[in-house]
Design a protein around this ligand. Structure first.
Ligand code: NAP
Length: 291
């Protein structure tokens, strides 16, 4: 039995889809408020709970052989990116889980102390490495599926808002490729007890993204590029009004201010051990947007 957390998320629902297409048994951890209709249709077993509750995690882990931790934190990294994963790892040990796949983030390990998500992921990586469990830690760059709503907006307006340095490099990953890599990890020899960076096949500059949109929709992009200090100004005002927003915004600031890309060697290694050809952002967008 595979336990998938974040099963209604951009990545998690693709993970469940692939597992069920392979007719593997899946327990999908969802909240009562989650949109889990698709998972039910795929005959995944639903476990309704909250990852903030240790007792729910304990129950969900019973009788499970594999765990794929793919949940997000929605602004509360200490409770969800950190605490819930520590509990999942402890329960995995107690239940003799055979393999634990942890979705971390590209850049974890660089010591971004001001960014709660990075800090939490880094701590969980270390805990998992010392747990004695078989594991695969995947450090993905930005997901291509996150760009679909922006692409739809672009289709209507031709406008692309690019915050921060347009020259910064990124390796946007096909969310479908990442899901396949996560599902395959327990059975791929070269992935056992490894930390792997996961990106798309191309190193892009952030300004390449609106150009790709332009090609997909056959439309000249209008790029609006406020410098980072404008983001910082808006951030200060938002944090004054809502101090709770601070944690999420400092992680976003880290994402905007730094480069997150995989080297050609990392990509070649990934393609070789998982025996797959990674999809480009343009191909992903064309596939989803029908252009
Ligand atoms: N998106 C990216 O570009 C990116 C890049 C690198 C790494 N990652 C990592 O990849 C993973 C998946 O990201 P994603 O973009 O697919 O996530 P997402 O779409 O934001 O989905 C988050 C998932 O976590 C669930 N969740 C949140 N709080 C929960 C709680 N208290 N109890 C139970 N479930 C809860 C959500 O359930 P509901 O449906 O109920 O809200 C949802 O299924 C995350 O760990 C993220 O940090 C993402």
């Amino acid at each position: 039995m595979y336990l998938v957390t974040g099963a209604t998320g951009g990545l998690g629902r693709r993970v469940v889809r692939i597992l069920r297409e392979r007719e593997l048994p899946v327990r999908a951890f969802v909240r009562l408020t989650s949109r889990y209709g698709e998972l039910e249709n795929r005959d995944a077993e639903l476990f309704i709970g909250d990852l903030r509750q240790d007792k729910d995690i304990q129950k969900a882990c019973q009788g499970v052989q594999y765990i794929i931790s793919a949940h997000g934190s929605g602004g509360d990294a200490p409770a969800l990116d950190y605490r819930a994963n520590i509990e999942l790892i402890d329960r995995a040990k107690a239940n003799g889980v055979q393999h634990f796949v942890f979705i971390s983030v590209l850049g974890a390990g660089r010591g971004y102390q001001d960014a709660p998500v990075f800090k939490a992921k880094e701590a969980v990586e270390k805990y998992l490495q010392g747990s004695g469990l078989n594991y695969t830690i995947l450090r993905p760059s930005g997901f291509a599926s996150n760009l679909l709503p922006l692409a739809e907006q672009f289709r209507q307006t031709g406008i692309y808002l690019l915050n921060g340095n347009p020259q910064n490099r990124t390796s946007i990953v096909s969310t479908d490729d990442l899901a396949q890599i996560a599902v395959d990890s327990p059975n791929v020899e070269g992935a056992c007890n490894q930390i792997l960076s996961v990106g798309g096949p191309d190193i892009l500059r952030r300004e390449d993204i609106p150009r790709i949109f332009g090609r997909v929709f056959n439309r000249e992009p209008i790029i609006v590029n406020p410098p980072l200090f404008v983001f910082d100004g808006v951030r200060s005002i938002v944090e004054l009004v809502n101090p709770e927003a601070k944690k999420g915004l400092s992680t976003l600031r880290t994402l905007l201010a730094n480069e997150f890309f995989c080297t050609p060697e990392e990509i070649a290694h990934l393609e070789s051990i998982y025996n797959l050809k990674l999809e480009s952002l343009e191909s992903f967008l064309r596939r989803y947007l029908g252009n």
